[in-house]
Design a protein around this ligand. Structure first.
Ligand code: FAD
Ligand code: ZN
Length: 479
């Protein structure tokens, strides 16, 4: 296929400087072609960087007319190979990064409208600057975009109180597969005029439409935020502590993270300067956050009562409460460094599963035992958002084994074992990262046939020519 007419049309539409191709020997497209985990280095026909919604729409129309697939991309921090091109050299990467304006803040409506390419941290800072809180928070917040967060319905560390990205979204602006613009930036909290299209696009991973802007919920900033780090003797104890925390803190409980000893040991090895507390004496540690609308004094008293009850009940063996904001940040930084420490240790098999909270201890004991029997010496990096039933149950090669050959030999076996266990415990094989291309062949084994059929029919209805992120989430071409 002669792609020059399309490339010329794209240059006309967005400016030659914003169409990057391999024809230019000086251009390095790796940043857009390779995913964060370095699981895939694809090859793009071009990387196109439109600067407005109208330009996005025009690019989609041009690609559709030329029969070319489009891979939307935000900050490229996704973990399931959903936002990079395949190896064919025929797909256009549509980067949203230049759509990076905060369009409006409506203080009385408690909303903020941001373009899709705004980095999450920029959205948080804009909210903060206006005296509000935008609570979505995850370790990639310095580079992921709000459009990417919406596209994968990202979770993060505040879900226990504020919900997923979906719950924080009141409206969207979307470019459809036909290049039309759906203006749905309503900012309404109640609107029952038919199907809620917003919920169709959130979590669709770029397969149904391209999100160009969103209206997001803001919350009042708490008067004080306190963080505690507790050593717990078991996962059962961690679940008991969660129950106590709900009772004592109510809506003040804004974070509840669990971290296994091996995960914290990796942080200790690779980032020794972070000085991980209490990890050597306990199989798990828990990070709790209390956001209080009264005062720091009140928050501290509440925390003390909670920890006293937990120590008395035996579900906590030792604990520290951060004395300052800097110390609290330091504790959160340790938690957020786990994925990075894991990456330093080498390639690993990631799972972002969810199981009903009550069944997590049993699930972990059951699956740990199966894995240890199947692959002697295998190392489990277990941590995550226990407050909402979501574990990062990651599997690292036995010490001394080459990580790449571990993945080649064992990835399928490990995934099957873990996902079968998840199913046995009524869980989900993805609570956060989505399906992308990494789990597209796995999904049919674990999703009901009826649900999959509905998903395929929605995809065909909205994108009949399969132009938007083809081959991701649902595989249309297979029987
Ligand atoms: P990208 O990686 O660019 O894209 C992700 C997907 O969305 C792709 O399928 C892409 O095609 C699509 N997409 C992107 N932008 C758009 C758009 N505007 N319209 C339509 N489709 C689009 N996730 C969690 O849920 N919780 C966590 O705690 C968490 N922690 C993380 C920590 C680290 C260190 C890293 C690297 C990732 C983490 N993630 C987490 C993964 C998470 O999916 C991403 O960080 C983030 O949500 C993706 O945003 P992005 O802008 O980088 O999207
Ligand atoms: Zn997570």
């Amino acid at each position: 296929m002669n792609t020059e007419p399309l490339l010329n049309a794209l240059r006309q539409l967005v400016g030659a400087a914003h169409v990057l191709t391999h024809d230019d020997p000086a251009a390095d497209l790796s940043a857009w072609e390779q995913d964060w985990r370095k699981r895939q280095h694809g090859r793009a026909l071009a990387v196109v960087r439109p600067g407005s919604t109208a330009e996005v729409a025009a690019v989609v129309k041009a690609c559709a007319a030329a029969g070319v697939g489009i891979v939307p991309q935000g900050g490229n921090t996704g973990l399931v190979v959903g936002g990079v091109p395949d190896h064919s050299g025929t797909q256009v990467v549509l980067s949203l990064q230049r759509l990076n304006t905060i369009r409006a803040i409506d203080a009385a409506n408690l909303t903020l409208t941001a373009e899709a390419g705004c980095v999450l941290q920029t959205v948080q800072e804009a909210a903060e600057g206006a005296g509000f809180l935008f609570p979505l928070s995850l370790a990639a917040e310095g580079s992921c975009t709000i459009g990417g967060n919406l596209a994968v319905n990202a979770g993060g560390t505040q879900v226990v109180r504020y919900g997923n990205t979906r719950d924080l979204c009141l409206g969207l602006e979307v470019v459809t597969a036909q290049g039309e613009v759906w203006q749905g930036l309503s900012g309404l909290r109640k609107d029952n005029t038919g199907y809620d299209l917003r919920h169709l696009f959130v979590g669709s991973e770029g397969t149904l439409g391209i999100i160009t802007a969103a209206t997001l919920k803001l919350y009042p900033k708490p008067a004080a935020q306190l963080t505690a780090w507790a050593a717990v003797p078991s996962l059962d104890a961690a679940v008991a502590l969660l129950g106590l925390a709900h009772q004592h803190l109510g809506a003040g409980l804004t974070g509840f993270e669990v971290m296994g000893q091996f995960a914290l040991g990796l942080v200790n090895t690779h980032f020794a300067h972070l000085r991980v507390p209490l990890w050597q004496e306990s199989p798990f540690c828990v990070l709790l956050e209390n956001s209080d609308h009264e005062s720091e004094h009140h928050a501290r008293a509440q925390f003390e009562r909670l920890l006293e009850a937990a120590l008395d009940g035996g579900c906590v063996t030792d604990a520290v409460v951060a004395e300052s904001l800097a110390q609290a940040r330091q504790l959160w930084h340790i938690r957020e460094s786990i994925p990075l420490a894991q990456a330093e240790e080498g390639l690993n098999i990631k799972h972002d599963i969810s199981v009903p909270i009550s069944r997590i201890p049993e699930f972990v004991a059951h699956t740990d035992a199966l894995l240890a029997a199947a692959i002697p010496g295998v190392r489990l990096v277990n941590f995550g958002h226990l407050g909402d039933g979501n574990l990062h149950y990651n599997v690292q090669a036995p010490a001394g084994m080459d990580a790449a050959s571990f993945l080649r030999q064992h990835e399928e076996q490990v995934n099957t074992l873990v996902y079968d266990a998840v199913t046995r415990f009524n869980g989900s094989i993805s609570a956060e990262h989505g399906v992308g291309s990494l789990k597209v062949d796995t999904l049919p084994r674990y999703k009901s046939a009826v649900a999959l059929d509905l998903m395929v029919r929605i995809k065909r209805a909205l994108d009949p020519d399969n132009r938007l992120n083809p081959g991701r989430v649902v595989a249309l071409d297979r029987p």
